[in-house]
Design a protein around this ligand. Structure first.
Ligand code: HEC
Length: 144
């Protein structure tokens, strides 16, 4: 009985020694691991100048979908007609506008329509030009 216990103790001691050894190994690899995870620590916040790239368009950031941008920045007017905004889904209101061509509509979305409630980017200054174009696409697709 006593022999069995001491055998178990010996095994436990051996396992403990092995795990201490494993810790040593981890220690030795720490620099390597730190080097690998470093990019995470160096990640930057959207709009942060240290991110590089054009302001507001973070390199590697996933652009919001046209639908997301529409829901966040355009729907307030284009789903209510506020300020005379053409309603999305109102094919009659959009027919002549769509006939101008998408480039004209993109410019209207990005720069706004002077003298109307259509302000530049619908007021979404954090939206990239590409995101506004996607929102225009979304509006046009649902209005013809
Ligand atoms: C504050 C209200 C408002 C918001 C928010 C708004 N719009 Fe508009 N939008 C208007 C109005 C008003 C018009 C009609 C302008 C006119 O008289 O031609 C318009 C017209 C447009 C047109 C048609 C322009 C043309 O040449 O016929 C497009 C495209 C457009 N908006 C895109 C957008 C997009 C994309 C967003 C969101 C990013 C957005 N709008 C947000 C009010 C708004």
């Amino acid at each position: 009985m006593i022999r069995k216990v001491s055998a178990l103790v010996a095994i436990a001691a051996a396992l403990l020694a092995a795990s201490v050894y494993a810790l040593d190994l981890t220690d030795a690899q720490r620099a390597d691991i730190e080097a690998r995870i470093k990019p995470v620590g160096e990640s930057c916040l959207q709009g942060d100048a240290s991110c590089g790239g054009p302001a507001g368009a973070v390199a590697g950031a996933v652009a919001r979908s046209g639908e997301d941008v529409y829901n966040a920045a355009c729907m307030a007017c284009h789903a209510t007609g506020a300020g005379g905004a053409p309603l999305v889904g109102d094919t009659a209101a959009w027919g002549d506008r769509i006939a101008q061509g998408m480039d004209v509509l993109y410019v209207a979305g990005i720069e706004g329509v002077p003298g109307t409630g259509m302000i530049a980017k619908g007021g979404c200054m954090s939206c990239s030009d590409e995101e506004i174009k996607a929102a225009v696409d979304h509006m046009v697709e649902n209005s013809q």
